[in-house]
Structures are given as C-alpha cells and as structure tokens.
Design a protein around this ligand. Structure first.
Ligand code: ME8
Length: 656
C-alpha cells in the first residue's frame, strides 16, 4: 500500500455561472471533487477544497434584467441558493469564492495591469463572430453551419469593438513544449491529444476585454473596458489563495510549494483551462502547477440538460426521496474516467436497490443480526485462516485497498468504487459458501463460525472506511453498528486484522430501504409508457430470417429513408431476460437512446463502452423481452463472426 505523508493538496471545481439554478450535471462536478477532497484528507493530506460562483458577464446581466433585479441582487440570490445546496449535499469546501467579491476583483485588476505593463496584453480592435450565450468569439473555421456557435449551436453575431488582446501566439510553442514535457498535465490522455492538436492548428491572440456590457471588473487603467469573463473566472483559483495580496501564505503553500494542485473541469471548458490559463500564468511568471482532470457530461435521455432549456434534473428532488448518500453514490459511480454518463430514474433506482440496499445494506444487517444471535453482539477475535476462504479474503482486502487508492488518486472514482464492491460481493458470497446458520447448529463448529463472523465484520469495517468519502451518512452508521467508537482511520493505517472491542448495535432502520421501480417511476412521473410491441424478428440484428444471396434492388429513395448516424456507446449491460442480447445506451449527438442488440455472444458489455458505431436511428421503437429498443446498431456478419461497424467521426454525424 502507498504510504503517504501530509502534503498540501489543492482541489478546485469550476466556478458555476450564476445564470440559473445549479442542476445535477453541475452537482456532479462538485460531488466528485468533494469525494476526491475527502479521499485526499483520508490519505492524510492537507487539503484546501474550493468551489464558487462565476458572477460576471453579459449572460448574467441579461438574466438579472429579465428577473427585474440588479445584477448584484440577482447573483446574491443564486450564490445563497447554491451555498445552501452544497451544504445539503455535505460538500466539504474550505472556501466559496464569488467573482464579484472585492478580494477577487482587486487581484484580477492587478494581474491585468501587470500583463499590460509587460506587453503580454495590448490594445487593438476586434471584429468577429461572437456567441452571447458562451461569451466567446469564434474563428470562421470553428463556426458551425450558418455561423452557429460550435459549442451551444446558437446563432453568433458579428461584433466589432476596441479590445485588449492577450498574446497567445507568443506563448504557443512554450505551451506545446510544456504539455509535451508534462504528460500528466491533462487527463485523460485522449483529451490531452485534442488540446495539443487545437494548439498546433494555430492560436490567435485572445480578446480579453469588452465594452459591450458593464457587469464585470473594470480595467483599472481604462474603465470603459471590463475584463473578459474567462480571464476574470480563471483567476479565482489564485485570488482565493491570496495571490497578489498582503498575505500570500496560502498561495505559497497550496500552489507554489504543492505538487498536488487539481483543477477538475467538464470537457466543455477544458480548452480555457488548458490554453488560456497556463498562458496567463506564464505571462505573470506564476508557475504552472496544476493538473487538469477533464470529465464528461451527465446526459439525460433527451440529451444534455441545461439551465436555460428547463429540462434539468435537480439533486434535491432525489435527496428528498432517497437521502443524500444514494445521490452522491450514483454521481460518483456514473462517469467512467473522462466519458459521458447517463442519468435516468430507472438506472438510479437500479443502482440504489442493487448496490446499496442489497449488496451493502443487507450485508450489514445480516452480519449484525448473526453476531447478535450467535455471539450476543460480541465480534469474535481474529484467529487467522480457519475456513478455506479466509486467506483469499485477507489477500483480496489488501489488493482492494491498494487498487482503490490507486484509482481514487487519479480521479478514477467509478473504478475505485467498483473495487470496494468486489470486496462487498466477496463477503456476500462467503455467507453463501459458509452458511453460518448451519454452522451455528453444532457447537463443534464454533471456531469456524467465529472466523466467518469476524471476517464479515472486518470486511464491513474496511468497506465502511473506503466508502466514507462517498457515503458520508452511511459510513459512520456502519462504524457505529460494528461498535467502533474511535474516528475513521486514515488509509495508510487501514489493514486487515482489527480487534473489535465494542458490542454491535442494530440499526433502527435499514441502511438503504429497497424501493419498487414502478412506484418510483410513477413518483417522478417519467414517461415510461410502453411503446407498441413489435415482434422480435423485425429487429434486423436479432432476426433469424433466412439469408438471401442478395436482397432485392432498392432505389436511392428507398435508401434515403434510412437515417444512419454515428453513435457512441456510453453504457451497456446484459439483457436481464435474454442471454444473447445486450442493452446499450447510445449517445447520438446530444441524445441518448437505449438500443437492444443481439451481440452478447460476441461482445462483453464493458468491451463496447466507448465505441463509436453506426446506428439506424429512425427504426420504429420496439420492446424486446421487456426492454425498449430505439434504433439498431449495424454489424458486419460472416459465418460465426460478427463485428460492430465503427467510425471515428463525432457522435451524431450522419452517414451517407
Ligand atoms: O462553464 N454533466 O460554468 P457552468 C456534467 N463558469 N457536468 C456538467 C453538466 C452535465 N450535464 N453541465 C454542466 C462554466 N457541467 C464557467 C466555468 S471555471 C473558471 C468557469 C459542468 O455553470 C461543466 O462541464 O456553465 C462545467 O465544468 C461546470 O459544470 C460549470 O458549468
């Protein structure tokens, strides 16, 4: 196991736009960072965890106007609401920055003047296609069809204004060298390559001021300009640490002298963090200390949720019904390193029932009740390897702890959580293998039963510590149920072989109460109406129709009726009622669909996650053995071989 010493560690979330209520997508970043911060504290590090609000800019000025409020009052309301949400989600941040605060604005103004003085910023004129929503200018080559914004798809406007420019061009090569010399600067790897090719395609100097709106930080030496929001926003990571102020001790500790500075960002804002931010730091002579961890998006079935589209899911709705831990668990478990993930009530309930209520909750209640029934609440002491399984369990525990640490340390939260569940699953299997209720019938089995009960309690104790960054409410309950009074141990001292001294205590209610899927779907009023059922054989992939040498000739018009697209498989699992079928979640552009395919004999579900495949999207939806299928994955088939057809084009691309 990795032995750690107390190191300064700085973890930041992006600061959220104050344009509307924070939804489950933004909450993902905050919860994932909170889990990461808590994990690092459990490793013994000295963590400073920051989140906050990005309060300036035209979009927020307009939103305030719409609400009939001044921007100051408007952002104040959103900040209070967001702080309350983070409090309810038990986010353990050490500070909360708002970019309208004086401590921030002073630093931004100072940075700007410094860059101006050094000629890294100069005054010029800018004319270009500007997206009001994203507050970004785009070059001609970046624009979508009809001059639309490549990020949000909205129409851009041509704007000309006098503006200050940051010399990105001057630092282009230095940045390329930096990224190439620091291979772990951007994670995951594939995102690093995207950033590098963006930089290599040629940077243009960036307009970093605006005269077209007022709600921002004025440029000190020329106050008709306000500082462009990205420069303003990115600086929060330093202004919070007191950079440029009278007291720079936190800046020295958590930035200059730390090798654990992590900015966690969504993939949509990676470029700003990977290009503008390091160049600003280079221009200011500040060391580029941070690592960037880029995550994907939480999608809903109809695509990406947004504050403005009104299609968002809000975390407190779920917390109010299921409690806090299931929401934290789902979000931490859902996004595999850098990939997109799906939120649906169905999946949420499935995870809740399977992982939490069954696997973990039942294990705890069964273990506690057996220890009470067979040993009057006293957990037996450790006797070494008694049953044939005990050695394997001890070894597994050791591997799980070290692999959990390895994964969590690189922000692979789902993989780390999956390791803990291998231990929990092992314990449940151990109960089936050893059948303690039979052992209890015969006094000559005393030593064996003691060993079984000890192992179960010990696995629960260790799992409780490992899940404590995620399940902030359940973990202390697990410790209490095992009669442990002392605080959670740090990970470096966590190992198999604890001596329990207290009496176990049953919980007043189950850790997680099982729920019924149908009732939950009805509660959330999800559209779970079954579509008309179509016989299995109408799905080409699962069809068993006799093959013809060639099918009859079709015209181009017949072919044109098919809507074929590239889709990215973001999740896949075995069909619950059919061995040959996989049920996959496929992202097509911004939409996510469930597609059932007869490929389970050729692919394991995990193998196809991340593949970009060809999909027929306008096939009539059908229900296949109880699972809706909305589309079809194309495959090539020959004899007993079958292969999914893949494409490197972006998801949503149409196939002609
Ligand atoms: O971009 N799934 O703010 P923001 C996962 N103010 N993450 C999501 C998401 C989803 N469905 N929707 C949004 C900003 N996010 C700037 C940041 S930092 C110096 C300035 C993530 O409120 C998104 O990827 O629009 C981003 O990382 C974060 O929420 C903030 O988004």
């Amino acid at each position: 196991m990795a032995v750690s010493s107390k190191k300064p560690c700085y973890v930041t979330t992006p600061i959220y736009y104050s344009s509307g209520k924070v939804h489950i997508g933004n909450s993902y970043t905050t919860i994932a960072c909170d889990v990461f911060a808590r994990f690092n504290r459990l490793m013994g590090h000295d963590v400073f965890f920051l989140t906050g609000m990005d309060e300036h800019g035209q979009k927020i000025e307009e939103a305030a106007q719409k609400a009939g409020l001044t921007p100051e009052v408007f952002v104040e309301g959103i900040a209070e609401e967001t702080k309350k949400l983070w409090h309810n989600l038990r986010i353990s941040n050490d500070d909360f920055i708002r970019t309208s605060e004086l401590r921030h604005t002073k630093v931004v103004q100072k940075m700007f003047e410094e860059m101006l003085k050094n000629d890294d910023i100069y005054l010029g004129t800018y004319s270009g296609n500007y997206c009001v929503s994203c507050e970004t200018y785009f070059t001609k080559t970046q624009l979508g069809e009809d001059q639309t914004c490549p990020d949000c798809g909205k129409q851009t406007k041509i704007i000309s204004e006098e503006g200050y420019f940051l010399r990105l061009t001057k630092y282009q090569q230095k940045l390329i060298d930096f990224i190439e010399q620091n291979p772990d600067f951007i994670q995951p790897e594939q995102r690093k390559n995207e950033v590098l090719s963006f930089i290599k395609s040629g940077l243009e100097d960036l307009c970093v001021s605006r005269t077209s709106f007022k709600w921002g930080i004025p440029v000190l030496s020329n106050p008709k300009h306000v500082v462009y929001v990205w420069i303003d926003a990115l600086s929060n990571y330093l202004s919070v640490l007191g950079y440029g102020s009278e007291n720079e001790s936190n800046y020295q500790k958590y930035w200059v002298n730390s090798d654990m500075v992590f900015h966690v960002v969504g993939k949509d804002i990676l470029r700003f963090h990977a290009v503008y931010w390091p160049i600003m730091l280079m221009a200011l002579g500040v060391p580029v200390k941070f690592k960037l961890i880029a995550h994907g998006w939480i999608l809903i079935k109809s695509g990406r949720m947004s504050k403005s589209r009104g299609n968002a899911v809000y975390p407190m709705d779920l917390v109010n019904r299921y409690g806090l831990d299931p929401v934290r668990y789902y979000l931490a478990k859902e996004l595999a390193h850098g990939n997109d993930g799906l939120f649906s009530y169905e999946r949420f309930v499935e995870r809740y029932n399977n992982d939490l209520a069954n696997d973990l909750g039942n294990l705890l209640s069964r273990t506690i009740s057996m220890i009470q029934k067979y040993r009057n609440g006293i957990i037996p002491s450790y006797q070494g390897f008694v049953t044939p399984y005990d050695q394997g369990i001890k070894e597994l525990t050791k591997t799980v702890i070290s692999e959990y640490i390895e994964n969590f340390a690189r922000f692979s939260l789902p993989a780390g959580i999956a390791k803990v569940w291998t231990l929990i699953d092992r314990a449940n299997k151990y109960i089936d293998e050893t059948e303690p209720w039979k052992l209890a019938k015969d006094e000559s089995n005393k030593a064996v039963l003691d060993s079984v009960l000890y192992h179960l309690a010990e696995i629960l104790r260790i799992s409780g510590v490992l899940v404590s960054p995620i399940l902030v409410e359940a973990a202390p309950k697990i410790q209490a149920a095992l009669g442990i009074k002392e605080p959670m141990p740090q990970l470096e001292s966590l190992e198999f072989g604890y001596t329990f001294t207290g009496l176990v205590e049953s919980l007043s209610e189950p850790l997680f109460k099982r729920v019924k899927l149908e009732e939950e779907l009805a509660y959330f009023n999800e559209d779970n109406q079954e579509n008309e059922t179509t016989p299995l054989k109408e799905q080409a992939i699962v069809t068993e129709e006799p093959k013809e040498e060639h099918k009859p000739i079709v015209t181009i018009d017949d072919f044109a009726k098919l809507d074929l697209r590239v889709g990215e498989i973001i999740d896949s699992k075995k069909h619950p009622n059919a061995t040959k079928l996989l049920v996959s979640q496929v992202k097509i552009g911004e939409e996510v669909r469930q597609i059932v395919s007869g490929i389970a004999e050729y692919y394991q579900p995990e193998e196809i996650i991340g593949k970009k495949v060809l999909v027929v999207v306008n096939l009539k939806p059908v229900k296949i053995r109880g699972e809706m299928s909305n589309g079809m994955l194309l495959c090539a088939e020959e004899g007993d071989k079958l292969e999914l057809l893949e494409s490197k084009m972006p998801s949503g691309s149409s196939i002609k």
